[in-house]
Design a protein around this ligand. Structure first.
Ligand code: B12
Length: 430
């Protein structure tokens, strides 16, 4: 079979402001799973395209694939002040493919995996893969090539009787095959903000899906974690440096500092190795000590990203204290950190807004992302509130950006935050 894989993400911002272009490593993992002895494959990355749909159309004409895989990273930019919805662009790509090709179109990716049936219906593709896609996609390719049915492949979205159904189960990749970064123009990603992604650990299910993804409300259970061996991680970092001159890495990890011992082991392994990198990652408050902060700094960490989403469970003042403690540890170690903080979630009051603002002033992050309202995602408590209050008719509405702002602060919140951010260039509002 001839297979064209395309990464559709063209967003070049983080929090609607900072220049960040994440390399499509998810698609590179998909490419690594395809048996290229048996199939001819091409990869197209639209990140630097002027006109993505036109580039896909050209590739379809030149290559005439039998199967097109589309990676969909972000539903939108999660900014209530300047919302940008990405799916219409993907739909346009699908429409353009259909005009000149009978290829089967398979979608996947983080955004797709959040509302697979709705995304598939909206963009008008043939099939989709939910969650970790490498093994599932490889299985689909072989089944389609042999003319076999795919309905029993775990985590597959398929049309059935005019509607999309998603099969039970999910693949959980161990990321054994190195991503085919050689098929991407990786040099363009060096210095493109925040670093090139290298997976260090994945949680049980990585997406907020109804079948038990652990993260819909920011929770982080430890079941079924896949923690990569530090030697494998360092091997991948070394290859990025040797092959493409890349020395800025983003460790892909829902919480780099959990468990603390493995975080320390990876830092020590980097320090003892010959690799010289600067790296960034997400960290979670409440886990870590002075030694971890020192090891992170020593191993090249240049930014630790923390988030207060309003849904981490427990009492707000305890959560804010946790962030304060982490911030203090990082400052003592000379390690810059960023804080992404949401405002307006259910239960927000003038008083809780002021508590968050005073934390921000106290911890003084290297940059702060203040989110006006919560981008409602399915299977979350905020989605429950949005349903109860009639903001959405059903969770299917959430393929488009919908923002929840607690009624008690709705008329006041944006102006209050804008006023506070006005003379603080490190505070970004979105
Ligand atoms: C790390 C990360 C970041 C880093 C990226 C750093 C870097 N240089 O790479 C930073 C902090 C910069 C970032 C920014 C943003 N992010 Co982010 N980010 C993540 C995170 C934690 C990991 C993404 C990743 O690399 N995963 C590892 C790779 C290997 O996995 P993958 O891409 O998912 O690919 C797998 C599958 O999806 C699938 N797959 C992928 N492509 C394809 C294609 C086909 C054909 C198939 C079959 C399967 C398939 O198989 C792959 C292998 O298993 C995810 C959380 C998550 N749970 O995924 C959020 C996430 C991707 N981000 C998200 C968002 C929204 C954003 C921002 C818009 C936030 C903002 N407010 O600005 C920006 C967008 C930036 C941009 N320009 O695109 C959302 C996207 C979904 C959504 N809600 O719309 C996620 C899912 C978080 C969430 N739960 O909401 N992000």
């Amino acid at each position: 079979m001839k297979i064209l894989l395309a990464a559709t993400n063209q967003a070049d911002r983080f929090m609607d402001r900072m220049a960040v272009r994440p390399a499509p490593i998810g698609l590179a993992y998909i490419a690594a799973a395809v048996d290229v002895e048996r199939h001819e494959m091409r990869v197209l990355d639209l990140m630097f395209s002027e006109d993505g749909a036109a580039d896909v159309e050209r590739a379809i004409r030149d290559f005439a694939p039998d199967l097109v895989g589309l990676s969909i990273r972000n539903l939108d930019n999660q900014s209530s002040l300047n919302p940008v919805w990405n799916l219409p662009r993907v739909k346009e790509i699908v429409d353009r493919i259909r005009q000149s090709s009978a290829a089967k179109i398979v979608c996947g990716g983080p955004a797709f995996s959040i509302l697979p049936a709705e995304c598939l219906e909206y963009v008008g593709a043939d099939m989709g893969v939910v969650g970790d896609g490498a093994e599932a996609f490889a299985t689909l390719v072989e089944r389609l090539d042999a003319g076999q049915d795919c309905a029993d492949v775990p985590g597959i979205a398929l049309w059935k009787d005019g509607k999309v159904a998603v099969s039970e189960g999910r693949f959980a990749s161990a990321f054994h095959n190195a991503p085919r970064l050689d098929l991407l123009d990786m040099r363009r990603y060096n210095g493109s903000g925040f670093g090139v992604g290298v997976v260090t650990k994945l949680a049980r299910a990585y997406y907020p899906t109804p079948d038990g993804g652990p993260t819909p409300d920011g929770g982080f259970d430890s079941e079924g974690w896949r923690i990569r061996d530090p030697d494998d991680v360092i091997g991948e970092v070394r290859a990025l440096n040797a092959d493409f001159g890349i020395d800025k890495i983003f460790f892909i990890d829902s919480g780099f500092n959990i468990p603390v011992d493995s975080a320390k082991s990876l830092c020590r392994a980097i320090i003892q190795s010959d690799v010289e990198i600067r790296w960034n990652s997400y960290v979670r408050p409440g886990h870590g000590d002075e030694e971890l902060a020192r090891l992170m700094k020593q191993s090249g960490c240049s930014l630790a990203l923390m988030a207060e989403s309003g849904s981490g469970g427990g009492d707000l003042s305890e959560r804010l204290d946790g962030i304060g403690v982490m911030g203090h540890l990082f400052r003592e170690a000379g390690l810059p950190f960023a804080l992404n903080i949401g405002f307006g979630e259910p239960g927000e009051t003038v008083q809780t807004v002021e508590m968050k603002l005073s934390l921000l002033k106290q911890v003084e992050p290297a940059f702060a992302a203040l989110r006006v309202g919560t981008r409602v995602l399915p299977n979350t408590a905020v989605a429950g509130a949005a349903l109860d209050e009639g903001l959405i008719a059903s969770e299917s509405d959430l393929i488009e950006p919908v923002f929840y702002i607690e009624a008690g602060v709705r008329d006041w919140l944006a102006d209050r935050l804008k006023a506070e951010a006005a003379d603080r260039p490190r505070w970004n509002l979105s």
